[in-house]
Ligand binder design. Structure first.
Ligand code: ADP
Ligand code: MG
Length: 244
């Protein structure tokens, strides 16, 4: 692992025409932490993660992984595991087939797919077609793809979406054990209650940064819920609620 922050945003701004989707966003994700990028729908979370991964270009500022721009990071596809809508989806394949394809593309041994299937709890459904998977099963498969190359950093866009309570518990335990292995997790979510017990640090954004720091500094011993603090920081006015 590198010494400094695993992920850094510095003054990152993204404009789409006259709309500013992300405005002067700065924060760090430290090694071995599970960091939640939290905000309502439309807050700019996915756009921020896309800029981190070189899929969108900032209008101003920059974001780095392991101290470099993603596109200049050696071995980036193996060091950074990504789960995001539209990335790595092979709906016509079976779960196992999709993982085999991705393992081959990443230059990994064939058996790697089975190892990650086990880890995400899909081993018994691996030979079903992905298009027949439920949303929760797709989330698990997407995490399996992200884990294939044994990455140091996981970037997960809305990994809690579509999970039932068992799935939420599974996600929490899995991300915790990944962080305990020294990996860093940066996840986005608009589902505050679902990720409250999963994250160590929170970055709250509503186009601009509203808070970055340990969850424990924001909520005192569970006496205050994240949700209450969240609405105090972002307001609950015209830009949509944190819950769909
Ligand atoms: N490619 C795009 N072109 C124009 N507007 C976009 C584009 N991508 C995102 N936006 C806008 O940027 C804002 C932030 O979107 P997004 O990053 O997807 O938010 P979140 O992931 O927090 O829900 C929204 O107003 C959205 O409509
Ligand atoms: Mg999004």
């Amino acid at each position: 692992m590198s010494d400094g922050a695993v992920v850094s945003f510095r003054g990152v701004t993204k404009k789409f025409g006259t709309t500013t989707a992300v405005d002067n966003l700065s924060f760090d994700a430290e090694p071995g932490r599970v960091v939640g990028l939290l905000g309502s729908n439309g807050a700019g979370k996915t756009t921020s993660l896309r800029m981190l991964l070189g899929l969108a270009r900032p209008t101003a500022g920059y974001a780095t992984v392991f101290g470099r721009s993603y596109q200049y990071l050696p071995d980036a596809a193996r060091r950074v595991g990504v789960s995001m809508d539209g990335i790595g989806e092979l709906p016509g394949a079976t779960g196992r087939g999709a993982l085999t394809t991705w393992a081959r593309m990443l230059g990994l041994p064939k058996g790697r797919g089975d190892a990650v299937l086990d880890r995400v709890g899909l081993a018994d459904r691996a030979d079903r077609k992905v298009k027949a998977y439920s949303t929760g099963m797709r989330q698990r498969l997407s995490l399996a793809v992200a884990l294939l190359a044994d990455p140091e950093l996981l970037v997960l866009d809305e990994p809690a979406n579509g999970l039932d309570p068992d799935g939420i518990r599974w996600l929490r335990d899995t991300l915790r054990s990944l962080a305990d292995e020294g990996r860093t997790v940066l996840l986005s979510s608009h589902l505050l209650a679902e990720v409250e017990q999963t994250v160590d640090d929170v970055v709250i954004m509503q186009r601009t940064l509203r808070y970055a720091g340990p969850l424990s500094d924001l909520t005192s011993d569970g006496a205050e819920r994240l949700e209450d603090r969240f609405f105090a920081l972002v307001g609950d006015g015209t830009e949509g609620k944190a819950h769909v």
